[in-house]
Structures are given as C-alpha cells and as structure tokens.
Design a binder for this molecule. Structure first.
Ligand code: URA
Length: 256
C-alpha cells in the first residue's frame, strides 16, 4: 500500500495531527508529509509485546452442552443452522440472519456486537457507517476487508439496536465459537465492550481490557480488545487509542 493511500486511511482514523508531529510539519509539502508518515508508522518493538505478554488472561471455556450442539459441523451446515435459528426471540423480529463474511483462511477475526439496521437488511456484518470506519481501521494496519473474517456475537439484530441480553448471547455464542474453531484465526480483535465482555466472560470495562493479550477458548487464540467503530463515530477523540490497539494487535499477530 503506498503512503498516500495509507495516509487517507489514517486520516479516517483521525490521525492527521499524529502525522504532522513528525519532522515534516504542517507547512511542508504533501510529499514530505506522506514520507514522514510512512517513516513514522512503527513496527512495534519486541519490548512492547514482551511487556504485554506478561498480562495474559484466560477466557472461560464455553458452556459445554451448548457448544456440543455445533461440534463437528462444517461451514455450509453451520450457515444453514444459523439461517434457520429460532433459539431466541430475535428470530421473530429479524429480516434475516447475519452469519459473517470474509476469508475462510483469514489470520484475523474481527468480532463485533450484533447486526444493526443496515446489516439486518443486507445480511452482512459491518456494512453501514461503522463498517466503513472498520474498513479504514483495517486498512491502516495494511489489511483489506476481504483478507479478514468479520462476525458478531449475535447473528440477529436486537430491535432498536439495544444491547444483547445474556440469554440471547448465550444461545448465539456457540455459532461464533464454531466459526472460530473452523477458521482457526491467528488473532481475534473484539471491537467494543459487548464483544469483549461476551468473549471473555467478564464485566470489566473496555478501558481496562485494552492493551493486553487475552486468550480465547481451548485453542488459546490471542484476543485483543479495542473500541467499537460505532462508538468512534461518536467519540473521535478515542481514535488515537484505537490506532495504538491496532498496532498492538498487528504486533501480536506477527509473533504467532
Ligand atoms: N455493529 C456491530 O457490532 N456489528 C455490525 O455488524 C454492525 C454494527
């Protein structure tokens, strides 16, 4: 990816000012600024990962009985089961299920909360404004949407975009757990509090879960937590922290 294109994606993350703090300041030419930006994008130093590796947290294992329902199921069968699912009340209000999308050999799995109105209509996760920002976040660390796999904790839209309730999450999580088992990602990125809390079975705040290598499930997939793009649309000042999380995740992934 050339530096100008990367600069565009970083700009979507609100990181223009970060660029201009480098040697090429506000008065310098666009070419000089682009060059300074490219030089300033760090490949995280080993010390960073080593520091964080000390803070490893284990997610509780999924409830065995629920997980067993999907054991051994392949991608087509899993997709069919999700499409026909009536395990919770959201099946009555959805337009369609939102299974997940992306490369079935992806290193990165991005996990969000639940489909919104756009996703419910199109049947694909993260296709609205939050999805556009997610694409920019991925591009900023050199990933195209098509290279990763994207899914949600819930496969159906909660009416009015309310938070998923615990019973809905408990019914739906085994589908995601089977997706993870089939995909075998090198890294998982939980975007937002709901995804992080459900995947890690915790009620800790998002802020306290960031910048640590958590581990998911029996296969101990490294899991990094960052802000939800929908939240970042409302709170752009936290984009800088998100950029730190993305670089951290990229660094962890490069060491798997
Ligand atoms: N927010 C999510 O968490 N997931 C989507 O698919 C869309 C918006």
């Amino acid at each position: 990816m050339n530096s100008e294109l990367r600069q565009e994606y970083l700009a979507a993350l609100g990181l223009k000012s970060w660029t201009l703090r480098t040697a090429a300041g506000p008065g310098s030419s666009p070419a000089a600024q682009a060059a300074a930006l490219a030089a300033a994008i760090p490949i995280a130093a080993p010390a960073t990962a080593a520091t964080h590796a000390a803070a490893i947290h284990s997610a509780a294992l999924p409830i065995a009985a629920r997980a067993a329902r999907e054991a051994g199921v392949d991608w087509p069968e899993l997709r069919a089961r999700v499409a026909a699912c009536t395990r919770c009340g959201l099946s009555a209000t959805r337009t369609q299920t939102v299974f997940g999308v992306g490369n079935l050999h992806a290193d990165w799995l991005i996990v969000g909360e639940a489909p919104g109105a756009d996703e419910d209509r199109k049947g694909e996760p993260f296709v609205g404004r939050a999805g556009q920002l997610l694409n920019s976040m991925l591009h900023a660390v050199g990933l195209a949407r098509e290279q990763v796999y994207i899914a949600n904790v819930l496969k159906c839209r909660p009416p009015g975009n309310r938070d998923p309730n615990p019973a809905e999450a408990a019914e739906c999580l085994p589908y995601l757990e089977r997706q993870i088992a089939l995909l075998k990602p090198k890294i998982m990125l939980a975007v937002g509090r709901i995804a992080a809390q459900n995947l890690l079975h915790t009620d800790k705040t998002l802020g306290s879960l960031r910048q640590q290598v958590h581990r998911f499930g029996a296969s101990s997939v490294p899991l990094i937590v960052t802000y939800h793009p929908g939240y970042l649309l409302r709170t752009p000042t936290d984009k800088r922290k998100t950029w730190e999380d993305l670089k951290f995740a990229r660094d962890v992934c490069s060491r798997v």
